[in-house]
Design a binder for this molecule. Structure first.
Ligand code: NAD
Length: 494
């Protein structure tokens, strides 16, 4: 089986590490590649290559760096279909979902094409008589990104397009579960004219992450993954004097008011909870039905999810939902469903023991709904990260907001209603950084920041949008005074 090489100083080269882990096709449970668990030596080689490339890349005019992004955008469009198929194969999500993953990532490349404007500083003339002041945004140097498995294209692309366009060199550690997509995208970057060493890939697990955190020449770290790791990365990165933006897990609450439009609301709940097999940090995880809302929406929801076709995503006939990432994750999701049931939950739709005849080795869990969940049930607060929707009941909007605010995360929260006043009340009082009003997955697009709160984000500046530019640049403020015209004195004065 092919062991994936690292990209260091513009060359594909193999890690000296001998331990490898398999990359699976979750649709079939088959190994499609091996990835080496790299070492601190690999990280150092990548950083040395990046340091060599940095002075010239930082001195390249922003509009020329933008041209590289323009060419890359064209190459990504030309390979859109095959890249999306690759995402489906290594992740298990459907082709439509894979295309969404890539499309959202390309939008960050498009955003990065605006870097000459985005990097502009500020100026003020005459801050004192004859003295002017201006700020420039300058790149940090070598920066690094550490990624989760659930968006093989989008999450790395939250990071490197903006970092590179701002003049930094970037070292990427992809998820060892989905390392193939960025491998191909790195080839396209070279074809787009990105100089050697500006973008590097080091594959691996914890040892590589620790080496990134400890390397003195890495100035900033972007992390996305589970909360336990995100918090640890934030603390350790700060300890080593780095800028860190660290996005963690989520438990997103969907509040349904009795006046919500039942048909579209049921469809939005389906897409929110079961899209990408629930492996989304913006997936709806708990539906809080207020008053009669449960009776109005749940039967329709159960009905439409029973009709969903679950199966392999690597063929021509596409299902509505694919596999989850690994056998271990499938088993964990099944265990959490059983735990929820044992704590009093009533299983309305049961995904345990799912088997798919055409792909018996795949890792499948059908959409699951567990009603009558409350805070005494562990699944009300545990991130499941699979196709499971828990249902709570509340008498009032106040009670529903209190339920949404009681858990520790704060990525997304949604309300379904036809009342503008109720929606406004929810938006202002809910403790989550991304709010949906009749939108089940309120993930912001490239020109907005991805603003997780609470245990869903550690740091100050989020990924994407202007905050991304601020994160990957530092400001230099210059104050200028000229004492005389110099030799010009002769010809300036009459
Ligand atoms: P994970 O935390 O297991 O892994 C993320 C990255 O950290 C991987 O590259 C992995 O190699 C590395 N890693 C894992 N354990 C480590 C350790 N102990 N020390 C150092 N590095 C370690 O996450 P995952 O399972 O790949 O992804 C799913 C998680 O990511 C979910 O919790 C999901 O909510 C979260 N996520 C959050 C966002 C967001 O924006 N908040 C977006 C996508 C995914």
């Amino acid at each position: 089986m092919e062991v994936l090489p690292n990209l260091i100083g513009g060359q594909w080269c193999y890690s000296a590490a001998t331990e490898t882990v398999p990359v699976m096709n979750p649709s079939r449970g088959e190994v499609i590649a091996d990835v080496a668990l790299g070492s601190a030596a690999d990280v150092d080689l990548a950083v040395q290559g990046a340091l060599k490339a940095f002075p010239d890349w930082a001195a390249t005019p922003p509009n020329e760096r933008a041209q590289v992004m323009f060419r890359l955008k064209g190459l990504l469009e030309a390979e859109f279909e095959s890249l999306a198929r690759g995402i489906s194969r290594e992740h298990g999500k459907t082709l439509i979902e894979a295309k969404g993953d890539l499309r959202r990532g390309i939008e960050v490349v498009e955003y990065a094409c605006g870097v000459p404007t985005l990097m502009m500083g500020e100026s003020l003339e005459n801050i004192a008589r004859g003295i002017d002041c201006h700020t420039d945004r300058v790149p940090l140097g070598v920066v690094a990104g550490i990624c989760p498995f659930n968006f093989p294209a989008l999450v790395p692309m939250w990071m490197w397009p903006v970092a590179l366009a701002c003049g930094n060199c970037f070292v990427l550690k992809p998820s060892e579960k989905v390392p193939l997509t960025m491998q191909r995208v790195a080839e396209l970057m070279r074809m787009a004219g990105l100089p050697d060493g500006v973008f590097s890939i080091v594959h691996g697990g914890r040892e590589v992450v620790d080496a990134i955190l400890e390397h003195p020449e890495i100035k900033a770290i972007s992390f996305v993954g589970s909360t336990a790791v995100a918090e640890q990365i934030y603390r350790k990165g700060c300890h080593y004097g780095k800028r860190v933006q660290s996005a963690g897990g989520a438990k997103n609450f969907l509040v349904i008011l009795p006046d919500a439009d039942p048909g579209p609301t049921a469809t939005a709940l389906r897409d929110s909870a079961f899209g990408c097999a629930g492996e989304r940090c913006m997936a709806g995880s708990v539906a809080v039905c207020v008053g009669e809302a449960g009776d109005r929406v749940l039967p329709g929801l159960v009905d439409i999810i029973q009709q969903m076709k679950v199966g392999p995503t690597d063929g021509e006939a596409q299902p509505d939902m694919g596999a989850v990432i690994t056998a271990a994750h499938r088993d964990r999701v099944n265990e959490l469903i059983s735990l929820g049931e044992s704590k009093g939950g009533k299983v309305l739709a049961d995904g345990r023991g799912t088997s798919v005849a055409e792909a018996p080795g795949g890792f499948y869990v059908r959409p699951t709904i567990i009603d009558e969940v409350d805070y005494s049930n562990d699944i009300a607060t545990t991130e499941i990260f699979g196709p499971v929707l828990s249902v709570m009941r509340a008498k009032t909007l106040d009670e529903a907001i209190a339920a949404a605010n009681r858990q520790s995360y704060g990525n997304g929260a949604c309300v379904f209603t036809t009342s503008g006043k109720a929606a406004r009340e929810f938006r202002t009082r809910v403790s989550a950084g991304m709010v949906g009003v009749n939108v089940g997955v309120p993930a912001p697009m490239a020109y907005f920041p991805f603003t997780g709160w609470n245990a869903s984000f550690f740091g100050d500046l989020h990924m994407q949008g202007k905050e991304g530019v601020q994160f990957y640049t530092k400001q230099k403020t210059t104050t200028t005074r000229w004492f005389s015209f110099g030799e010009g004195d002769i010809w300036v004065k009459s």
